[in-house]
Design a protein around this ligand. Structure first.
Ligand code: SF4
Ligand code: SF4
Length: 173
């Protein structure tokens, strides 16, 4: 009987200690600045590696995108979300660029495999994440026709990749 009363008191003290610990954590937050962001009025600055929808940005030095229609991204995409059509010249000979680059946002799972596989740094997952729509047809986009201009910190990060590939390789390690 005495043993039961002793263990009951120990349980009460453990409960009080646990409550005090929880309250200490709560009080420690009273004097910190709030981290809540009042979305959509306020937005956080996303890290450069954040994954929004896929884009084929314009290379400012070439004035076009960097795609050579090598099909690596098409082959690696697990969801068959990409369909590239190679450009041809007046004689019908294939040219190393894409005439159309159809990207199906509805089936893309933002895995980044296509970006990793591209040997020409042609693809980037943009900062665009507000992608809900009631128009299904708008989910399939031609990324060549879009002529996307990638600015800001993400644009600088992407351009460094092909202007200084050694620095990009070091950054990955
Ligand atoms: S991010 Fe993944 S699922 Fe989306 S297009 Fe690229 S490889 Fe396909
Ligand atoms: S985006 Fe890159 S991997 Fe895909 S077809 Fe163009 S050059 Fe090849």
């Amino acid at each position: 009987m005495a043993k039961t009363r002793g263990s009951g008191i120990a349980v009460v003290f453990r409960g009080i200690a646990s409550l005090a610990k929880g309250l200490a954590i709560t009080f420690s937050y009273i004097f910190r600045r709030p981290i809540t962001v009042q979305y959509p009025e306020e937005r956080v600055v996303l890290p450069v590696r954040s994954r929004g929808r896929l884009v084929l940005p314009l290379d400012p030095e070439k004035g076009t995108d960097r795609c050579t229609a090598c099909m690596r991204c098409v082959q690696i995409c697990p969801n068959h979300s990409i369909d590239v059509e190679k450009a041809v010249d007046a004689e019908g000979k294939p040219r190393p660029r894409a005439a159309t680059y159809r990207y199906n946002l509805a089936s893309c799972m933002f895995c980044n495999l296509c970006v990793e596989a591209c040997p020409f740094f042609a693809l980037v997952m943009s900062d665009e994440y507000e992608l809900a729509t009631t128009d299904r047809s708008s989910l399939v986009r031609d990324l060549v026709a879009e002529r996307y201009e990638l600015g800001g910190e993400k644009g600088d990060w992407w351009r460094r990749k092909f202007r200084a590939p050694a620095a990009d390789e070091a950054e990955r390690k």
